[in-house]
Design a protein around this ligand. Structure first.
Ligand code: ATP
Ligand code: MG
Length: 557
């Protein structure tokens, strides 16, 4: 088999491993902690792990990192499965749990003890930190550091048997209390936690630390390249230490990449959980949430998210990606694929005085100018229609090409109309705009070469479908929500206008929309049905606006 050309630094390592014979295959894993729903950052990691293995003919495991028994939940396990599958990836029968390996981890811990490489330490809480030293000063050896392997083994077995209480003691690696890397100053391997676990129940009262369980899990599963985010860089020496001291062969290699940061987007599961629990958003799949389920409900496609992951690429240096790039990816896809439709979000009635009352005409309107194969549809037109309230101005500024007391405007696919007069209510608010139409401009074509610059959308009043439309904006007001000091401050940074609701008029075809349909509402953006929708009360989400500001910025350079 020819080895595909690498296109990033991780693939460079893989290709060199395959060429040198260090590795015969590629096997990665995606290791979420089931303590919340996956977000767009995880999506990047999923695309990276599954995508890289796919490219090199390898496999990817789904491994739930359930080493923290107190915080985990089955609901999260299910949502993670659903989200990975939805993104288009398949772990086949390779679904694992860190807890599957508790027995093996325990056995390995005993091996380290017997080798004199781990000991039971009885330092308490604060003392552990004090003994560890600082970045500038070496640590102090624990008074329990020189226990014999026999003594340690016996104590560790008592820990397992539940003979100690939480905090009485813990197992730690015996490495180097003066190591400049704090993670190597005799890190904890096991601690006592008298809690039940959602998979192992009451079997255990000691639990391995992530830094111990993770390399072991990787090794057991035959992972070749263990890809993780940069914050684990300083843990890599420990990762390697564990595998080396256990004298394991075919050791996996940990490789770090920079996590995704997106403007205006909160990327911490813990803080996203706060938003949900405190009711600051409606649910994990609230369309404003950066969760995979939120994006799905909002109307994003898996392919647009994969495209986004592809475009941002991977690197070794932290950076902030402009959220406009995500919008760009879905917009580009929908521009090609989405059926066009007409909707009016802030309707005002237009009466066409010279149109015979009761007469309805079916007009042919193209479905997608980007793709003629999508054909056309028939849209009813009558004497009364709705247009957007701001598509009329009594006293327009210069270069206002929509409807105003002088001049004509084109109704998309229908006719030219000209202003006649206005009806206002007692508050001076316009209730009806009377117009006349030019019967010779059918289809919106000029009959005599006269130019009409503005084209606006419309919906026949008699045939309109009433719908609720939800327009979304960023959930946070600051560009980098990671800077929000604490969970209690979250509400101070929430955008009060992140969801605007409109009672809209839609063209009749939209009454038959299905959940998988995506539409471009002319001049308004891309929309899809929300799951709150019912036959009586359709609800549409705006997926993204039409404006292509990111693309334009790029073009300008
Ligand atoms: P959070 O702080 O949001 O809970 P996490 O890293 O604790 O994130 P995990 O469930 O442990 O969440 O993550 C599973 C995998 O996803 C890990 O390999 C992690 O490195 C990766 N990951 C998490 N956040 C991001 C991100 N923003 N960009 C890229 N990868 C990420
Ligand atoms: Mg984590």
């Amino acid at each position: 088999m020819t080895i595909p050309e690498p296109s990033n630094f991780i693939q460079d390592i893989i290709v060199s491993d395959l060429k040198s014979g260090k590795r015969k295959n590629v096997h990665t894993r995606f290791p979420p902690e089931p303590n919340g729903y996956l977000h767009i950052g995880h999506a990047k990691s999923i695309c990276l792990n599954f995508g890289t293995a796919q490219k090199y003919g390898g496999k990817t495991n789904l491994r739930f990192d359930d080493t923290n028994p107190a915080k985990e939940d089955l609901e999260y396990v299910d949502s993670i499965r659903e989200d990975v599958r939805w993104l288009g990836f398949d772990w086949e029968d390779r679904e694992f749990y860190a807890s599957d390996y508790y027995e093996k981890c325990y056995e390995f811990a005993e091996q380290l003890i017997q080798k004199g490489k781990a000991y039971v330490c009885e330092l308490k809480g604060d003392e552990v930190g004090l003994y560890r030293g600082t970045l500038t000063e070496p640590g102090t050896p624990s008074p329990w550091r020189d226990r014999t392997p026999e003594e340690n083994l016996s104590l560790f077995r008592k820990m397992r048997a539940g003979e100690f209480e939480e905090g009485d003691c813990f197992l730690r690696a015996k490495i180097d209390m003066a190591n400049p890397n704090m993670n190597m100053r005799d890190p904890a391997l096991y601690r006592i936690k008298k809690v039940s676990h959602h998979r192992t129940g009451e079997n255990w009262c000691i639990y391995p630390m992530y830094d111990f369980a993770h390399p072991i899990g990787d090794w057991i599963e035959g992972i070749t390249h263990s890809i993780c985010t940069l914050e684990f860089e300083a843990h890599r020496p420990l990762y390697d230490w564990v595998l080396l001291e256990l004298e394991l062969e075919n050791r996996p290699q940990q490789i770090e990449f920079a996590r995704l940061n997106l403007t205006y987007t909160m990327m911490s599961k813990r803080k996203l959980l706060e938003l949900v629990e405190r009711g600051l958003v409606n649910s994990w799949d609230d369309p404003r949430m950066p969760t995979v389920s939120g994006l799905r409900r909002r109307g994003y496609s898996p392919s647009s998210i994969r495209e986004f992951a592809d475009r941002i690429g991977i690197s070794k240096a932290d950076s902030m990606v402009d959220i406009q790039l995500l919008y760009f990816c879905i917009r580009e896809e929908l521009n090609k694929a989405a059926q066009r439709a007409m909707a009016v979000l802030d309707p005002v009635k237009v009466v066409i005085d010279n149109w015979e009352p009761g007469r309805v005409e079916m007009l042919k309107v193209e479905n997608n100018p980007e793709n003629p194969e999508q054909g056309s549809r028939m849209v009813p037109f009558g004497r009364k229609i709705y247009i957007e309230r701001d598509d009329f101005m009594e006293e327009p500024p210069k270069k206002y090409f929509r409807l105003h007391p002088e001049g004509e405007v084109r109704l998309k696919g229908a006719y030219f109309i000209r202003f006649a007069n206005l009806v206002k209510d007692e508050n001076g608010r316009i209730t009806e705009i009377h117009c006349t139409y030019d019967p010779d401009s059918r289809g919106g074509e000029s009959p005599d070469g006269r130019k009409v610059k503005g084209t606006i959308q419309w919906v026949s009043a008699e045939h309109a479908v009433n719908a609720e439309i939800r327009l979304f904006d960023h959930l946070f007001t600051i560009e980098n929500p990671a800077e929000i000091p604490s969970e209690e401050d979250l509400e101070n940074y929430l955008n009060p206008n992140s969801c605007e609701i409109k009672q809209a008029k839609l063209e009749p075809m939209l009454g038959a929309a299905s959940e998988t349909d995506r539409y471009q509402f002319m001049r308004l953006g891309y929309f899809c049905l929300d799951k709150d929708s019912t036959a009586e009360n359709p609800v549409f989400n705006r997926i993204v606006e039409l404006k292509d500001s990111w693309g334009k910025q790029q073009a300008k350079g």
